[in-house]
Ligand binder design. Structure first.
Ligand code: SAH
Ligand code: SF4
Length: 395
């Protein structure tokens, strides 16, 4: 961990322009507690009161873990290795929660998007993006409801209410996506429909580090969802002090939302740059633990017409990343109602990509997927709110 490391609490505070409120309690109105999102030790401690000593509770927690995260079971009555009276006692005191599905849309290109509604009524989006023709695909997960960071081109940053998602809500998005494709029990090898997690949905994951770290630790557990850390990518707009912790403690792949190559422009479109300017951000990327040619850092670059898409900027981008194991994802700007930018032309995207590729870096243009279902981050939630407001009877 670097000297500059912040605690997650401090990181959350410095990001809090809007009032941040907490995830709902893991205890339901009827007093039952959700077991999703707890560590094995926490499950053991929670069930110790049910007539078993500490050692037996630890064994029991291991069984329950297997049913929740390997088998995907949500009903204690299906836990066939647990005797019926114990199943009943567990069901009286606990639940294995899943968020409600507020919307479920499938795009013509196979992209699927859910809007999940949590216990307190707040909502966040999850998107599944299959790899065409391969037994592979990424689940794009949200880490917060809304985002405090207000990047100028991002729709999520315009939403007023912001709260962190809890660990159960974060890992639960992946589990609910698995439910939708029936991909239980957790497949053994790498060939899976839902093979990767990208933390690129709503919110800034490094402003909710503790919950994200707990959720990803659960996802990586070999006796459960068993996703390798190589199959998880965390995208940050550049919370420099937390990048070190993320690399050391989680070791997941890193994606950095660069979007501009000068402090002047980045201060404007990614306001967090005023706190952590480019020089600090690039230094943190250079020292990111575990980065290698096999595990390159992804730089995301949204292509905004006439704003950041010139040939000179492409050259400066190459200079910034020189010597780093890196690739550049060029993302055509996905417009949303009221946004003040336009997508770069095909010709300027091609010219930009050519310069980056000539310098020896992969520069795929991330095709806009699922346009017909509002797959740009934050858009489905707003559409759902608008629809609900429209259908709500006048007070
Ligand atoms: N907060 C994190 C992760 C979520 S955003 C981050 O900023 O990295 C995931 C990616 O989508 C980021 O690179 C973000 O800049 C990009 N993005 C946001 N709005 C977009 C839009 N309208 N069009 C294209 N990309 C967008
Ligand atoms: Fe937040 Fe990322 Fe959107 Fe910026 S791009 S407002 S950090 S979600």
């Amino acid at each position: 961990m670097s000297d500059a490391a912040l605690t997650a609490d401090e990181a959350t505070r410095i990001g809090a322009k809007a009032a941040l409120f907490s995830p709902p309690d893991a205890v339901l109105a009827d007093g039952r507690r959700d077991l999703v999102g707890l560590t094995r030790e926490e499950i053991a401690a929670a069930i110790e009161g049910l007539g078993e000593d500490a050692k037996a509770a630890r064994m029991r927690a291991k069984q329950i873990w297997h049913w929740i995260y390997h088998q995907g079971v949500t009903d204690f009555a299906r836990m066939s290795t647990i005797a019926r009276p114990m199943q009943a006692r567990l069901a009286e005191r606990f639940v294995i929660g899943r968020a409600d599905v507020a919307a479920d849309q499938q795009s013509a290109d196979g992209t699927r998007k859910w809007l999940f509604r949590f216990r307190d009524g707040q909502e966040a989006e999850t998107v599944y993006i299959p790899d065409p023709g391969e037994p592979r695909g990424s689940v794009c997960i949200s880490s917060q409801v809304g985002c405090t960071l207000s990047c100028r081109f991002c729709h999520t940053g315009t939403q007023k209410l912001v709260r962190n998602l809890g660990a159960a809500e974060i890992v639960g998005q992946f589990m609910a996506a698995r439910d939708a494709y029936g991909e239980w029990p957790s497949p053994k090898g790498e060939a899976r429909l839902l093979s990767n997690i990208v933390l690129m949905g709503m919110g800034e994951p490094l402003y909710n580090y503790d919950n994200v770290a707990k959720a990803m630790t659960i996802a990586m557990d070999n006796e459960g969802l068993s996703l390798s850390r190589r199959r998880i990518t965390l995208s940050t707009s550049g919370v420099v002090p937390m990048m070190d912790r993320c690399g050391t403690e989680l070791g997941v792949n890193l994606a950095v939302s660069l979007h501009a190559v000068t402090d002047e422009l980045r201060n404007e479109i990614v306001p967090l740059n005023r706190k952590y300017p480019l020089a600090e951000l690039m230094a943190a990327c250079r020292r990111y633990p575990g980065a290698s040619n096999a595990r390159r850092i992804t730089f995301e670059y949204v292509m905004l017409k006439g704003v950041n898409d010139s040939v000179a900027e492409a050259r400066e981008l190459v200079r910034l990343i020189s010597g780093m194991p890196a690739k550049v994802n060029l993302i055509p700007f996905n417009p949303w109602p009221g946004s003040s930018y336009e997508t770069s032309t095909q010709a300027s995207i091609r010219a930009f990509a050519a310069i980056v590729m000539d310098a020896g870096y992969a520069a795929p243009v991330r095709n806009p997927r699922g346009r017909d279902i509002l797959a740009a981050c934050g858009q489905l939630k707003t559409a759902s709110e608008r629809a609900r407001k429209a259908t709500r009877p006048a007070a």
